[in-house]
Design a protein around this ligand. Structure first.
Ligand code: PLP
Length: 163
Protein backbone atom coordinates (compact mmCIF):
# COMPACT_ATOMS: atom_id res chain seq x y z
CA UNK A 1 0.00 0.00 0.00
CA UNK A 2 1.36 3.40 -0.91
CA UNK A 3 1.60 5.90 1.87
CA UNK A 4 2.69 8.83 -0.26
CA UNK A 5 0.48 11.85 0.20
CA UNK A 6 -1.01 13.17 -3.03
CA UNK A 7 -2.25 16.37 -1.45
CA UNK A 8 -5.95 15.47 -1.40
CA UNK A 9 -7.90 15.94 1.81
CA UNK A 10 -10.81 14.25 3.55
CA UNK A 11 -12.10 16.13 6.55
CA UNK A 12 -8.83 18.02 6.90
CA UNK A 13 -6.57 14.92 6.74
CA UNK A 14 -4.16 14.49 3.85
CA UNK A 15 -4.97 11.35 1.81
CA UNK A 16 -2.57 8.93 0.23
CA UNK A 17 -2.68 7.89 -3.42
CA UNK A 18 -4.25 4.57 -2.43
CA UNK A 19 -6.89 6.29 -0.32
CA UNK A 20 -7.66 8.70 -3.17
CA UNK A 21 -8.11 5.75 -5.56
CA UNK A 22 -10.51 4.10 -3.12
CA UNK A 23 -12.41 7.37 -2.62
CA UNK A 24 -12.76 7.75 -6.39
CA UNK A 25 -14.09 4.19 -6.66
CA UNK A 26 -16.60 4.78 -3.88
CA UNK A 27 -17.74 8.05 -5.47
CA UNK A 28 -18.12 6.36 -8.86
CA UNK A 29 -20.20 3.56 -7.29
CA UNK A 30 -22.39 6.08 -5.47
CA UNK A 31 -22.90 8.02 -8.71
CA UNK A 32 -23.83 4.79 -10.54
CA UNK A 33 -26.36 3.92 -7.83
CA UNK A 34 -27.83 7.43 -8.01
CA UNK A 35 -28.11 7.13 -11.83
CA UNK A 36 -30.07 3.87 -11.43
CA UNK A 37 -32.23 5.44 -8.73
CA UNK A 38 -30.87 2.83 -6.27
CA UNK A 39 -29.04 5.13 -3.86
CA UNK A 40 -30.27 4.64 -0.28
CA UNK A 41 -29.74 7.48 2.17
CA UNK A 42 -30.62 7.91 5.83
CA UNK A 43 -33.59 10.17 6.28
CA UNK A 44 -34.88 11.87 9.44
CA UNK A 45 -37.87 10.17 11.11
CA UNK A 46 -41.06 11.18 9.28
CA UNK A 47 -43.36 13.64 11.00
CA UNK A 48 -47.02 12.73 11.49
CA UNK A 49 -48.48 9.26 11.02
CA UNK A 50 -45.74 6.62 11.03
CA UNK A 51 -46.36 4.02 8.34
CA UNK A 52 -42.79 2.74 8.12
CA UNK A 53 -41.94 1.85 11.72
CA UNK A 54 -42.29 -1.41 13.65
CA UNK A 55 -43.50 0.15 16.90
CA UNK A 56 -47.08 -0.77 16.01
CA UNK A 57 -48.31 -0.74 19.61
CA UNK A 58 -46.44 2.40 20.68
CA UNK A 59 -44.57 0.38 23.33
CA UNK A 60 -41.23 2.08 22.64
CA UNK A 61 -42.33 5.12 24.61
CA UNK A 62 -44.71 3.44 27.05
CA UNK A 63 -43.48 4.50 30.52
CA UNK A 64 -43.82 0.93 31.91
CA UNK A 65 -41.55 -0.42 29.16
CA UNK A 66 -39.09 2.45 29.54
CA UNK A 67 -38.96 2.10 33.35
CA UNK A 68 -38.43 -1.67 33.10
CA UNK A 69 -35.63 -1.03 30.58
CA UNK A 70 -33.92 1.42 32.93
CA UNK A 71 -34.18 -1.05 35.83
CA UNK A 72 -32.73 -3.83 33.65
CA UNK A 73 -29.85 -1.59 32.56
CA UNK A 74 -29.03 -0.80 36.20
CA UNK A 75 -29.15 -4.45 37.21
CA UNK A 76 -27.50 -6.13 34.22
CA UNK A 77 -25.50 -3.36 32.53
CA UNK A 78 -25.54 -2.33 28.88
CA UNK A 79 -25.09 -4.57 25.85
CA UNK A 80 -24.55 -8.30 25.54
CA UNK A 81 -21.00 -7.99 26.92
CA UNK A 82 -19.95 -11.18 25.12
CA UNK A 83 -21.23 -13.67 22.60
CA UNK A 84 -23.92 -15.77 24.30
CA UNK A 85 -22.22 -18.93 23.09
CA UNK A 86 -19.07 -17.85 24.93
CA UNK A 87 -20.76 -17.02 28.20
CA UNK A 88 -22.40 -13.70 27.36
CA UNK A 89 -26.04 -12.92 27.85
CA UNK A 90 -27.68 -12.74 31.25
CA UNK A 91 -30.28 -14.31 33.46
CA UNK A 92 -32.69 -11.81 31.92
CA UNK A 93 -32.28 -13.42 28.47
CA UNK A 94 -33.01 -16.87 29.90
CA UNK A 95 -36.03 -15.60 31.82
CA UNK A 96 -37.59 -13.75 28.90
CA UNK A 97 -37.12 -16.78 26.62
CA UNK A 98 -38.76 -19.06 29.22
CA UNK A 99 -41.70 -16.64 29.52
CA UNK A 100 -42.07 -16.44 25.73
CA UNK A 101 -41.98 -20.25 25.46
CA UNK A 102 -44.68 -20.56 28.12
CA UNK A 103 -46.81 -17.93 26.39
CA UNK A 104 -46.43 -19.63 22.99
CA UNK A 105 -46.81 -23.15 24.37
CA UNK A 106 -43.41 -23.98 22.86
CA UNK A 107 -40.59 -26.12 24.28
CA UNK A 108 -38.15 -23.22 24.05
CA UNK A 109 -37.60 -19.88 22.33
CA UNK A 110 -34.52 -17.96 21.27
CA UNK A 111 -34.50 -14.17 21.24
CA UNK A 112 -32.65 -12.21 18.57
CA UNK A 113 -31.80 -8.51 18.89
CA UNK A 114 -33.42 -7.65 15.55
CA UNK A 115 -35.57 -9.06 12.79
CA UNK A 116 -32.55 -9.04 10.49
CA UNK A 117 -30.57 -11.27 12.81
CA UNK A 118 -33.57 -13.55 13.39
CA UNK A 119 -33.95 -14.22 9.67
CA UNK A 120 -30.22 -14.78 9.26
CA UNK A 121 -30.04 -17.06 12.31
CA UNK A 122 -33.15 -19.12 11.56
CA UNK A 123 -32.40 -19.60 7.86
CA UNK A 124 -28.78 -20.62 8.40
CA UNK A 125 -29.82 -23.03 11.19
CA UNK A 126 -32.59 -24.73 9.21
CA UNK A 127 -31.37 -24.68 5.62
CA UNK A 128 -28.12 -25.83 4.07
CA UNK A 129 -26.41 -26.97 0.88
CA UNK A 130 -28.74 -29.26 -1.12
CA UNK A 131 -31.84 -27.36 0.03
CA UNK A 132 -33.69 -24.71 -1.96
CA UNK A 133 -35.13 -21.43 -0.71
CA UNK A 134 -37.87 -19.81 -2.78
CA UNK A 135 -38.09 -16.08 -2.19
CA UNK A 136 -40.32 -13.37 -3.50
CA UNK A 137 -38.27 -10.72 -5.27
CA UNK A 138 -39.62 -8.20 -2.75
CA UNK A 139 -38.56 -10.30 0.26
CA UNK A 140 -36.78 -8.42 3.03
CA UNK A 141 -33.02 -8.05 2.59
CA UNK A 142 -32.45 -10.19 5.69
CA UNK A 143 -34.25 -13.13 4.08
CA UNK A 144 -32.18 -12.76 0.92
CA UNK A 145 -28.94 -12.47 2.92
CA UNK A 146 -29.96 -15.42 5.12
CA UNK A 147 -30.75 -17.59 2.11
CA UNK A 148 -27.41 -16.74 0.50
CA UNK A 149 -25.51 -17.37 3.73
CA UNK A 150 -26.90 -20.91 4.11
CA UNK A 151 -25.48 -21.89 0.70
CA UNK A 152 -28.79 -23.35 -0.46
CA UNK A 153 -30.09 -22.88 -3.97
CA UNK A 154 -31.93 -19.56 -4.00
CA UNK A 155 -34.89 -19.29 -6.38
CA UNK A 156 -36.49 -15.90 -6.83
CA UNK A 157 -40.18 -15.67 -7.58
CA UNK A 158 -40.79 -12.32 -9.18
CA UNK A 159 -43.52 -10.45 -7.43
CA UNK A 160 -46.54 -9.37 -9.39
CA UNK A 161 -46.86 -6.32 -7.14
CA UNK A 162 -46.38 -3.05 -8.99
CA UNK A 163 -45.02 0.21 -7.61
C1 PLP B 1 -40.04 -9.34 7.08
C2 PLP B 1 -39.00 -8.54 7.80
N1 PLP B 1 -37.88 -9.17 8.17
C3 PLP B 1 -36.90 -8.49 8.83
C4 PLP B 1 -37.00 -7.15 9.11
C5 PLP B 1 -35.86 -6.46 9.78
O1 PLP B 1 -36.14 -6.16 11.08
P1 PLP B 1 -35.12 -5.28 11.93
O2 PLP B 1 -35.28 -3.88 11.45
O3 PLP B 1 -35.57 -5.50 13.35
O4 PLP B 1 -33.74 -5.82 11.68
C6 PLP B 1 -38.13 -6.47 8.72
C7 PLP B 1 -38.23 -5.03 8.98
O5 PLP B 1 -39.10 -4.34 8.51
C8 PLP B 1 -39.15 -7.17 8.05
O6 PLP B 1 -40.27 -6.55 7.62
Amino acid sequence: MSSASVGGHTGGCPVTETEQTLLNQVQAELAALRDRDRLRELVPPPAGLDLVGSDYLGLATDHRVVDAGVRALRQYGAGGQASRLLGGGSLLHTQVEALAAEWLGADATLMFPSGYQANLGVLTAMVGPGDAVILDSLAHASQIDGARACRAEVLVQYSTLKD
